[in-house]
Write a protein that binds this ligand. Sequence first.
Ligand SMILES: [Cu+2]
Length: 324
Amino acid sequence: MMTILVIVAVLMVVATGVQVLKVSELVATSKGEKIYEVTEKEGKAQGLLLLLFMFAYFGFFVWQVYKWWGLKLPVSASEHGEGYDSLMNVTLWFITPVFFITHVALFWFSYKYAFSSKRKADYFTHSNKLEIIWTTVPSVALAVLILYGLSQWNTIMKPIANEEDHVLIELYAKQFDWTARYAGEDGSLGRANFKLIEGTNALGIDTTDEKAADDRIVKGEFHLPVGKPVQFVFRAQDVMHSAYMPHFRAQMNCVPGLKTQFNFVPKITTKEMKEITQNEDFQYILLCNKICGAAHYNMQMDIIVESQEDYDKWLAEQKKFAQQ
Ligand SMILES: [Cu+2]
């Protein structure tokens, strides 16, 4: 009810404003004033204001870069992340000068060519030369950026071959937490189906599947061995989630009823990253990056990257599915 009243009140204020303007127009017209004619002085003033706005706008831009520069992510902790970061940097170095040039032109022209009664606008209907230039230049520039991005995408998304030595982990998303499932000694994950979800079997793992017996289910935090390819498979139980591991430059949607995948090679251990960032409390993190409900903000899991030796020790301590 309150909302409706507020909407009605706002509409009435707007309607009153329109009526007041109409009356003042009528009064001005009756006095013989030309109300829709912009004077030279007004045009100049508007041009000058736009030029001043340009300086404020650029000032704000520079201030933002300066203020938030320190909030950038540290160096990429995954191998593919280097290519990903250079794609980002190349794109920024490319578009930032274009941003400045186009905006200087925009505001300078509106100042320089503000209305003047002494000047007449040039009139020409068509220029093939101009058309070719402003079609070709952006097309080539965008094609270069897109092809560069596509080549990065292909290297990132290529699944790890079965023969290659790697770790296979399933990340299972539900409102509002993550579960990691490690493939056991057989190197494969047991079948799972949402129809089998009940009681302690929150992932719906098929207990009749032999491959499931040695799977290890982990909550709270999960570990990765440094320098070894990790193949992730993502599943979701209820709604769309998104597995986001910013330090590894990795993000993938988790879709109910659909398996998605992503892989990377972690190259910096948690201990090394603590030194790099000079932050004793540094922790790699898995976040949900799709607003999935009320406790979405709290849907996270720590990631520990360590030596193969420490990793093996940790994994051996985790209970197998059959034991649980
Ligand atoms: Cu979420």
